[in-house]
Design a binder for this molecule. Sequence first.
Ligand code: NI
Length: 398
Amino acid sequence: MLSNKIRELAHKNHPAVVAIRRHLHMHPELSFQEKQTGLFIASKLEEWGIRHEHGWAENGVVAYIEGQTPESAVIALRADIDALPIQEANEVPYCSRNPGVMHACGHDVHTASLLGTAFILKQLTAHFRGTVKLIFQPAEEKLPGGASILIEEGVLQKPPKPAEILGQHVLPELPSGKIGIREGMFMASADEIYLTVTGKGGHAAAPHQFTDPVYIASQIIVALQEVVSRRANPIIPTVLSFGKINSSGGATNVIPNEVKVEGTFRTMDEIWRAEALATIEQVATGIAKSLGGFCEAKIKKGYPCLINEPRLTRRVKKHATGYLGAENVVEIPMRMTSEDFACYSQVLPACFYRLGTANDEQGINSPVHTNTFDVDESCLETGAGLMAWLAVKELEEI
Ligand code: NI
């Protein structure tokens, strides 16, 4: 049986994948600077005789593995390769060698797993149909994100053109050996909002002679919550949080000239997202004007919503259950964090699932983006094997 062959190969190759993960973990590189990481990925593919192109979005690598009748079906598999500006606090032999830079979001695990998947599939080309397109994507952690750049460069259009795409991400709340999956809305869009409220400053004892931007900004912040509570459809998750307020003033008795307010808007529906952003601008500028001031609203668009295409996701669930057992495929809630895999999900059927990495007995469960994040490396065997299995099963269905 093919699933057993894949399990065997994933098991046999596990030490090699662990070594790859440790190499990546020791040499993390920040978004848009993944030069050595890209070269390392390319060198592994070269070593295994896998056709690839280096230089997508500068440091990205795209590889191709052809099975039988390569043109009959194409699937894309994606891993992100960049690290974060965090100083690692773990005391492990494979600790980061780059001061202030750490694979604290598991992208080393995603990359090593996908290389493991490539190695497995390369051994099995006689046993599956179609082509697997492997995308090693740079710069997930930093806007505009590597995914949108790769899409602009034609990664989804250039032949072999994939019919669908899969991706996985570590989840330290879930034990290693399990995956978490959710159909439909899964992760939020995330846009940054920058408001500059201008009034006319002066002595705080004579507010009637001036225009107080602190008061105006306060009114705007309160009124904008109406976008969430009164305008948003209650069945579409929506968040508006302001994390930063700064006034140009510096004293209790001075009304400043200007106040800056910064926040994040997140939701799960692209049509509503566009409407909401327009409303935020309208309400903020309208309130400022009605109170005699002025508000400039700048919106920096972030990643879109990540939607797991329902039919594909149901099939992935079914295949994963076959490979891992029903007890190891769990339903997980949606999250208001964002991820640039969402860009692919806006273009073609996509499924993004989470790979369990925890080992509670060994105390390995620190959240992502912390300086103590680490994984139970047995997750690499699950990650590499499962994705190979999902690819060959999906290629039968496309
Ligand atoms: Ni991540």
